[in-house]
Write a protein that binds this ligand. Structure first.
Ligand code: AMP
Length: 413
């Protein structure tokens, strides 16, 4: 299938080409026709699948033929970062199609607030907003959404985790009943289904089947502070049963340091990252496949594509940024029905991330107590609010969102 098959407006096709998109991703193939036909839609898709363009493109195409363009579409997103990313994608396409958009989000300073007010008064076809800030604009009667035709909820599960349910329902009370509603969510817990029943009308449903971890993988996790991780790693590596080991860390710098530290301790190890030339990468891979190297330390560059039989241990030295990366990383072991072990180190800041991984794979990963000589690690409190953290995209931070419930069931490992 190609983008030509959707019969998009020719100017929009120019926009798509200018973004360098050649073929639609699976979620785009499925979602675009449904949205163009004005059906409500509930779609289960994660970040990285092309989900943003899956609703932005058909919505833009619909707007080009709409009677009322002023505030025609509202996109709700959980965080300011995501709202800005969506707004930027719309601008990318909008350059060719003359569709305008504004982003409305909380935080920032008085200047940002002032600019958002000006933009709202100037008007636009699409508003991309975080729920809290939009509520204040609606209650102050600064925005009128009476002619809205499309409502998109992006990362709906995350919005609910962050406690936005009431705000979303209040926003919807300001919208016309007759509208098209599209809901995207990485996971489909019952609370999302409940909300969908209330706000969607006879929706079509799309679920991208995500590769679940193979049955042969034993998954384990340790709760460890950063300062405890290296000692914990050495303790695990001392087990001679593990003969072919992949270790994932979050940044190139960490990968280099870990590689150097392990080499100094006498391990047969190489660091694998984007600074290494292709020729050297190939040599490293040959050595690893040929069992001349016991350990490979890498960033996510390693998680896709490497196809080596017989890896029996994968260690996530840092919890992966996206749940899908977890599945890809640990899928490097236990290939072709073999057995393998996947161990993840979770520090106090990565607990929210890890609970999303557990949601995606649909089960709880056993938390193993730290060896006694390392002392005790952090408590497992994934719902606890923590300062904003930053992921590998350099600033695309996700606030450690609470789930609105008291942190019960505190456990120490
Ligand atoms: P998303 O899942 O929406 O966060 O998109 C992930 C990345 O894929 C973004 O950088 C998009 O620009 C890019 N992308 C989306 N659709 C396509 C496509 N059909 N071809 C190539 N890249 C795409």
């Amino acid at each position: 299938m190609t983008f030509e098959d959707f019969n998009f407006d020719e100017q929009l096709m120019d926009g798509i080409r200018s973004m360098g998109y050649e073929n639609p991703t699976p979620i785009q193939e499925q979602a675009i026709p449904v949205i163009m036909q004005k059906h409500d839609l509930i779609a289960c898709a994660q970040t990285g699948t092309g989900k943003t363009a899956a609703y932005v493109l058909p919505v833009i195409n619909n707007i080009l033929h709409a009677k009322h363009r002023h505030f025609n579409t509202l996109i709700l997103a959980p965080t300011r970062e995501l709202a800005l990313q969506i707004d930027q994608q719309i601008e990318g396409f909008g350059y060719f199609v003359n569709v305008s958009s504004i982003a409305v989000y909380g935080g920032g300073d008085g200047m940002a607030w002032e600019q958002q007010h000006k933009a709202i008064h100037a008007g636009a076809d699409i508003i991309t907003a975080t729920p809290g800030r939009l509520i204040s604009m609606l209650t102050m009667k600064e925005v009128n959404l009476n002619h809205l035709e499309h409502l998109v909820l992006d990362e709906a599960d995350r919005m609910l985790d962050m406690g936005f349910y009431d705000d979303i329902m209040r926003i919807i009370s300001y919208l016309p009943k007759k509208r098209q509603t599209v809901l995207f969510s990485a996971t489909m817990p019952p609370k999302i289904r409940d909300m969908a029943r209330k706000i969607l009308h006879d929706p079509k449903e799309i679920t991208l089947s995500i590769a679940k971890p193979a049955e042969g993988i034993t998954q384990q996790a340790y709760l460890a502070y950063d300062a405890q991780k290296e000692k914990l790693l050495l303790d695990i590596l001392s087990n001679e049963e593990y003969q072919s080991i992949l270790i994932f860390a979050s940044t190139k710098e960490k990968v280099k340091k870990l590689g150097a530290d392990l080499r100094q301790k006498g391990y047969a190890v190489k660091a694998f990252h984007s600074d290494i030339e292709q020729i050297e990468r190939e040599q490293i891979m040959r050595d690893f496949k040929g069992r001349r190297l016991r350990i490979l330390v890498g960033t996510d560059v390693l998680s896709r594509g490497i196809d080596v039989e017989g890896i029996n241990l994968v260690i996530n030295y840092d919890a992966p940024p996206d749940p899908e990366d977890y599945v890809h990383r640990i899928g490097r072991t236990a290939r072709a029905d073999a057995k393998g072990t996947a161990i993840t180190f979770i520090n106090e800041r990565d607990q929210e991330k890890f609970s999303r991984i557990e949601q995606l794979i649909g089960k709880e990963v056993p938390k193993i107590p730290l060896p006694e000589k390392l002392g005790s690690g952090p408590l497992y409190e994934p719902g606890k609010k923590r300062p904003q953290s930053f992921n590998r995209h350099g600033g695309k931070g996700r606030p450690g969102g609470g789930n609105g419930k008291p942190a019960g069931n505190r456990r120490r490992f």
